[in-house]
Design a protein around this ligand. Structure first.
Ligand code: NAD
Length: 500
């Protein structure tokens, strides 16, 4: 079945579909499809989505026969509009708000899981030991579970569905996807692409809704396993309810990721990394580096961080100059503002205030500019709660040990990073830090999918993480077979069988 479901076909379809639908909207009518042939000199056509089409461009360059100086044909200067094939990314930007560049990353990181799934056969192989006893062989096989389901958050409308269904269906399961009610469009487009790439009809199913449908998924006896990504409140509810019905659950939840800044680190590279990982996607990434722990003298760098953050452009994600788009909803904005205010009320310093920003042309948008709080302590609500917005909170530590203790005392364990030029410091950090995904001079250490996404502590519930070997184990049941092919000895023995 999966032979026909190849990454290349998905990529090709991703690229071709916007123009195919553009054709339906008469951007390339039958008349213009052959117009390149009727011109004198002829115009070289573009080949898009399997069809030769005349470019919409009014500009062209002559192709000249060097022997005669005759104009043989004209080559069009294809316009940016024609090149713009990112229908899926545009849908994400429109529904979710992130910048187009970031939306492309959302799709790309998801396609990596499709690619991984296309080569997954070796991970599904069983084990075989011949002749474990006289005439007896034992082997194990991995079998599909049956019907599996996935429940998704709003922040990666393409990547997170792609963490789930490609792995599940490649392991032989059918899948029911419940996209986030806030941005369901990308899931529909992905399903359409998957079916065009060869996924049999009925293998992937999509249901929309909120709590009631999620509860129905948890309770349904036909569903064997649930992948969940989202907040702790929903994740623990789903983990408890579905586990009580005997289902497998893998639940990726909230985070508070720390970046430890050592004074010996490369200042320029570190500050750039902190800005990108703190404010990218307006801080709405579960691996956003939302908390910075400045160790020793690096504390003074916070002023440079503020200056650089002031240079980031807040705008609608569709605008080419946008660094940060809006946050997902008015409620999310109110929550973020409340947490920032709670920090100020408990003694933190508001070094950069993005709360009251107004973006010209988008006055009704849920925008929050880069916001930086310093002098934050572990007892403050703004530290204990996941903010999930463009807010960097800064803490101080006297030593590496103190910094590691701060991170380890936090309940979450999705990711943690250190910035240093010392191998010894990095090694100590790697060994002692209690987080599932560790970065050394890497701010967002999400691995390629042949490793798994290994959040831990309160950021994960379950035993088997998403994708990689663990993902295959999650979506398969191991069966161990012991076979005997020899004449059975005479007589009956009721003693415990032993392998002899
Ligand atoms: P959310 O928990 O509000 O929603 C996630 C899904 O759960 C949605 O499909 C929603 O319909 C459903 N849901 C929500 N409340 C429910 C309830 N009470 N009962 C049943 N179903 C419910 O999460 P969100 O706001 O969409 O996403 C943001 C959260 O996701 C953040 O906490 C973020 O850290 C987390 N997240 C984690 C990871 C990770 O890999 N650890 C990745 C992305 C996002």
């Amino acid at each position: 079945m999966m032979k026909r479901f190849s990454l290349q076909r998905v990529k090709n379809l991703t690229a071709s579909r916007p123009l195919a639908s553009a054709s339906a909207n008469s951007r390339f009518s039958t008349a213009t499809e052959s117009s390149f042939n009727r011109r004198t000199p002829p115009r070289v056509p573009n080949l898009i989505g399997g069809a030769f089409v005349d470019s919409k461009s009014t500009s062209a360059i002559d192709v000249i026969n060097p022997a005669t100086q005759e104009v043989v044909s004209q080559v069009p200067l294809t316009t940016n509009e024609e090149w713009d094939m990112d229908k899926l990314a545009k849908n994400i930007t429109t529904e979710q708000g992130k910048t187009l560049k970031d939306a492309n990353g959302d799709v790309f990181r998801g396609l990596e899981v499709v690619e991984h799934s296309c080569g997954m056969a070796t991970l599904q192989m069983g084990e075989y030991v011949p002749n474990v006893a006289n005439g007896i062989d034992t082997y194990s096989v991995r079998e599909p579970l049956g019907v599996c389901a996935g429940i998704c958050p709003f922040n990666f409308p393409a990547m997170i569905p792609l963490w789930m269904f490609p792995v599940a269906v490649t392991c032989g399961n059918t899948f029911i996807l419940k996209p986030s009610e806030k941005d369901p469009g990308a899931s529909i487009m992905l399903a359409e692409l998957a079916m065009e790439a060869g996924l049999p009809r009925g293998v992937l199913n999509i249901v929309h809704g909120t709590n009631d449908i999620v509860n129905a998924i948890c309770d349904d006896d036909n569903i064997r396993a649930i992948s969940f990504v989202g907040s702790n409140a929903a994740g623990m509810h789903i983990y408890g309810r579905a586990s009580a019905k005997g289902k497998r659950v893998q639940s990726n939840m909230g985070a508070k990721n720390h970046g430890i800044v050592m004074p010996d680190s490369n200042k320029e590279a570190t500050l750039n990394a902190l800005l990108a990982a703190g404010f990218g996607a307006a801080g709405q990434r579960c691996m956003a580096l939302s908390t910075i722990v400045f160790v020793g003298d690096s504390e003074s760098w916070v002023n440079d961080l503020v200056e650089r953050a002031k240079g980031l452009k807040v705008n609608a994600g569709i605008e080419p100059d946008a660094d940060l788009g809006p946050v997902i909803s008015k409620e999310a904005k109110e929550r973020i503002c409340r947490l920032v205010q709670s920090g100020v009320d408990s003694g933190a310093k508001l070094l950069l205030d993005g709360i009251n920003i107004v973006v010209p042309g988008y006055e009704k948008g849920n925008f929050i500019g880069p916001t930086i709080l310093s002098d934050v302590t572990a007892d403050m609500e703004c530290y204990k709660e996941e903010i999930f917005g463009p807010v960097l909170i800064c803490m101080k530590a006297d030593s590496l040990e103190d910094a590691i203790n701060i991170v380890n005392r936090n309940k979450y364990g999705n990711g943690a990073s250190i910035f240093t030029t010392s191998g010894a410091v990095a090694r100590k950090f790697q060994t002692e830090i209690e987080a599932g995904q560790v970065g050394i001079n890497v701010p967002i250490p999400v691995p390629l999918p042949f490793f798994s996404f290994t959040g831990s502590k309160a950021s994960f519930a379950g035993d088997l993480n998403f994708y990689g070997k663990a993902g295959v184990n999650f979506f398969t049941q191991i069966k161990t077979v012991t076979q005997q092919w020899k004449d059975l000895p005479g007589g009956v023995s009721l003693a415990m069988p032993t392998s002899q």
